[in-house]
Write a protein that binds this ligand. Structure first.
Ligand code: ZN
Length: 178
């Protein structure tokens, strides 16, 4: 297992920068960064992570939905590295759902997102992939994609009244957790 990386938090200027597209996916440094992000998201009980969150301002994200103590109801999927991803189309319907962010510990927000999106991205072998994402996984993608544009979920809530603490969130939605 690769080393994990330190996660930068709200206030670090890189989280507000625009991330660069990756020119050479086969580059050793990029392949190592993918392995490190996979290890970091797993260790942090995240369901996704974007490279800017480890101070690497590149268009690389991991989407890794699975049930864990932070998201007990998340669907299970293979952790998927996505490089230079794009949103090709999206539903008109948006849905509000709770989000947190490894770079904003202790806070959850009720965030509107498109219910369904069609995306394309390069996988770690450089092959272009197209995919339909819906519901929670579409939400993860949109959250991570925002990180490439210096946007965090706090910028997306409709009211500051839609923000709650992690402790209160766990009391509301995860009563079985300690
Ligand atoms: Zn985030």
């Amino acid at each position: 297992m690769a080393d994990t990386l330190d996660i930068i938090e709200l206030g670090h200027p890189i989280l507000r920068q625009t991330a660069q597209a990756i020119a050479s996916i086969q580059d050793d440094q990029i392949q190592a960064l993918i392995d490190q992000l996979l290890a970091t998201v797993k260790q942090s009980n995240g369901v996704g992570i974007a490279a800017p969150q480890v101070a690497q301002s590149f268009q690389l994200m991991i989407v890794a939905s699975r049930p864990n103590p932070r998201y007990p109801n998340a669907p299970e999927m293979e952790p998927t590295p996505m490089i230079n991803p794009q949103i090709l189309s999206h539903s008109t319907e948006t849905v509000k759902g709770w989000e947190g962010c490894l770079s904003i510990p202790g806070i959850r927000g009720l965030v509107p997102r498109y219910q369904a999106i069609e995306i394309e991205y390069c996988d770690r072998n450089g092959n272009l992939q197209k995919m339909q994402l819906t519901d929670f996984v579409a939400r993860i993608f949109q959250h991570e994609y925002d990180h490439f544009n210096g946007i965090v979920f706090l910028d997306r809530v409709e009211s500051t009244k839609d923000l709650i603490t992690e402790n209160e969130y766990q009391k509301l939605f995860n009563r079985s957790a300690n």
